[in-house]
Structure formats: C-alpha cells, structure tokens
Design a protein around this ligand. Structure first.
Ligand code: AP5
Ligand code: MG
Length: 213
C-alpha cells in the first residue's frame, strides 16, 4: 500500500504516519526527518536544507526529489510506504507520479489531516521532539513518561528550531501557497481522503484505519 499524508505543519502527519507504518508494516518516510538527520550529522545536504528550514521555507524541489526517489527505491519499499511531508509542491507530486507509473504502480491514498491555523500554532508551541529516533511529544497532549526524555530511546527531547512562533507562521504561509493545491490535485485523481485532525489522536487513527481497511 502506498500512502501520502497531506496536511499543514503540525497537523499530525508524523504522529499518524508512525502508527500507519507499524500497523501495515510499511516504512514511514519523512523528508523532514531525513533533513534533520543530515543536519545532526553535519552533512552538506543538511547544511543546505537548514538554511531554508530555519526560515520556514521549503527546501528546493531538486534537492528534495532526489532524496525521496533514492529512498523509495530501497528494498524495504517494495510492498509500499507511507510518505509524510512529501510531496509538498505540484512539481514534487508530478515527479512521484511519474516514478510510480514507471513501475506500473500507483499511489493508493492521499490522506489529508485537516487542522486550522489557530489550532496549529497552539500545538507547535508545546511540541517536543527526539532528534535521535524521530519520536514526537506534546507537553500537554502527549507528555513523555519522564519530562524531557524520549520514552523510546532515552535521548533528550528538544524544541525544534523551526517551532518558534514566527517560523511556524512562515511555514503556514508556505503551506497555503505551495502545498494546499495538492488537495485538489489528489481529489482530481480520485484518491483523496479527508480526516478531521482536531480529534483525539487515537480517534484520528481509527478514522484512517476505516479508510485503509
Ligand atoms: P516536516 O518535518 O515535514 O514538518 P511539517 O510539515 O512542518 O510538519 P511537522 O513535522 O511540523 O508536523 P506533523 O504534521 O508531522 O505533526 P506532528 O505529528 O509532529 O518539514 C520540516 C521542514 O523541512 C519544512 O518546513 C521544509 O523546510 C522541509 N521539508 C520537508 N519536506 C519537504 C519537501 N517535501 N519539500 C520541501 N521542503 C521540505 O504533530 C504536531 C504536534 O501536535 C505534536 O506535538 C503532536 O504530539 C501533537 N498532536 C498530533 N496529533 C494531535 C491530535 N490529534 N491532538 C492533539 N495534539 C496532536
Ligand atoms: Mg512531522
């Protein structure tokens, strides 16, 4: 099964994608996580991506597309994957479409996790992230068992550099201009599914499982 998660920054794409990956035994691929891992390792790719991410802007398509195509060509993607944060522009969606068609395959679902902007800004200020394993928490909604420490791997939790309020606003702007048009794009292809991302996260997941079967 090949699934795309759509939604504004902080809508809960990552939270849901991790659960989908575990239930359906497919890899969870987040371009944001790949960029953050590169930043942590200090690679040239990481440094370039950081200059855009810190301003709340999208990383250029050429760079992002190359990384994604490389990742989905790996053996573990043979039975499908859940993409979180890709595609984010129409050109990215076109490249993915072409790559999948060349394998005589198709994307099965594009799931839009719908959350309005005011709610997003509240969520992001409480998010804490593990840069080691990619787990995410929220100080009120999803607190870790031990304050400041990742339940999964024991690393220290941090506030992401791009979760400052001004940067979140810039990310929302980029989302509305460049990513939101993908909702119509996938609706026209007949594979768009909408879920209400403001519900409790377990209820959001139950709605997704209803769609995926
Ligand atoms: P990326 O890492 O993809 O960030 P994003 O899209 O801004 O999304 P987030 O990870 O912030 O949010 P999310 O939807 O995953 O929500 P989460 O589950 O964490 O990208 C970062 C940057 O990298 C981009 O700005 C861009 O620069 C670059 N980039 C990445 N991909 C790119 C691409 N394809 N092209 C170009 N540039 C790219 O949840 C958020 C918070 O809410 C958490 O604290 C969580 O615990 C909480 N929460 C989740 N669900 C619920 C719920 N139902 N109720 C209450 N709280 C909830
Ligand atoms: Mg995420």
């Amino acid at each position: 099964m090949k699934i795309i998660m759509l939604g504004a920054p902080g809508a809960g794409k990552g939270t849901q994608a991790k659960q989908i990956a575990a239930k359906y035994e497919i890899p969870h691929i987040s371009t944001g996580d790949i960029f953050r891992a590169n930043i942590k390792e200090g690679t040239a790719l990481g440094m370039e991506a950081k200059s855009y991410m810190d301003k709340g802007q999208l990383v250029p398509d050429e760079l992002t597309v190359k990384i994604l195509l490389d990742r989905v060509s790996k053996d573990d993607c043979k039975n499908g994957y859940v993409l979180d944060g890709f595609p984010r522009t129409i050109p990215q969606a076109d490249v993915l479409d072409k790559a999948v068609s060349e394998l005589n395959d198709k994307i099965d679902y594009a799931i839009n996790v719908d959350v309005k902007d005011d709610n997003i800004i509240r969520r992001m200020s409480g998010r804490r992230a593990c840069l080691n394993c990619g787990a995410t928490y929220h100080i009120v909604n999803v607190p870790p068992k031990k304050e400041g420490i990742c339940d999964t791997c024991g690393s220290e939790l941090v506030i992401r550099d791009d979760d400052k309020e001004e940067t979140v606003k810039a990310r929302l702007l980029a989302y509305h201009e460049q990513t939101q048009p993908l909702i119509d794009y996938y609706n026209n292809k007949g594979i768009l599914k909408e879920v209400d991302g403001t519900k409790d996260m377990n209820d959001v997941f139950a709605d997704i499982v209803n769609i995926l079967g």
